[in-house]
Design a protein around this ligand. Structure first.
Ligand code: MN
Length: 233
């Protein structure tokens, strides 16, 4: 039927119905991009504002959008918490692993950084655990730096708390993380996770990944690391 033949009142009803249905459906989708907990320029000079904006809005935003786009083809995906998804990632296709991992990894990444001077210090319990496993904070950092610098291509470096209570340094490729139930992953609760993808540093540091890693320590949010350690213990 040509549109002009539809009674005006019926059109109004259809429009109202569409609006009603639209508002009844979930406004967004299951997964959403968390806002940065500080301004994009708050981590300068270690990480410049342009890198922060691109990294958060485009890269992390892309993982979230892609993950939401995978819900229809993966029933049950939107019923899991993001953390629970990591522990069951082996039962999903690679695209869910890449984008679901990307979403979790970046969510923890923003939270484990703070403007210089605002990150606090390692608490007594965390400090004792680091000393038990590595000898000193400095020795832990040295081992962490080696894992971060030595990750070939894209990936992450981690300080994890293992099931037995000890701490360990590990590294994962791409958007994998220590929560994932995958062969070859050393599993544990991530306490610190550093993004060493080139998109995390290339604008400012180009190929000088070691300089980025060194500067990054000035941003570490020890308060958040303390909180993660206490929650995992
Ligand atoms: Mn990244």
């Amino acid at each position: 039927m040509p549109a002009q033949l539809i009674p005006r009142s019926l059109l109004a009803c259809l429009t109202a119905l569409c609006l009603l249905l639209g508002s009844a459906l979930p406004a967004g989708a299951a997964y959403s991009l968390p806002p940065l907990p500080y301004g994009a320029a708050a981590l300068e000079p270690a990480i410049d504002a342009t890198t922060m904006t691109l990294h958060h809005d485009r890269h992390h935003g892309g993982y979230v959008a892609n993950l939401n786009g995978l819900i229809e083809a993966n029933p049950g995906l939107d019923k899991l918490s993001l953390e629970a998804l990591q522990a069951q990632i082996s039962s999903f296709p690679l695209a869910v692993r890449n984008n679901g991992g990307g979403h979790w990894n970046h969510s923890q990444f923003w939270a484990v950084m703070a403007p210089v001077g605002e990150g606090g210090a390692p608490g007594a319990d965390l400090r004792a655990a680091i000393n038990r496993s590595f000898g000193s904070i400095e020795a832990m950092q040295t081992q962490f730096n080696q894992a971060a610098a030595g990750r070939f291509g894209s990936g992450w470096a981690w300080l994890i708390r293992k099931q037995d209570g000890s701490l360990a340094i590990t590294s994962t490729a791409n958007q994998d993380n220590p929560l994932m139930d995958l062969a070859g992953i050393e599993r544990g609760t991530p306490l610190i996770g550093l993004d060493v993808w080139e998109h995390a540093y290339y604008l400012n540091y180009q190929n000088r990944r070691a300089d980025y890693i060194k500067a990054w320590w000035s941003l570490l949010n020890w308060n958040e690391v303390n909180r993660r350690y206490a929650a995992a213990a």
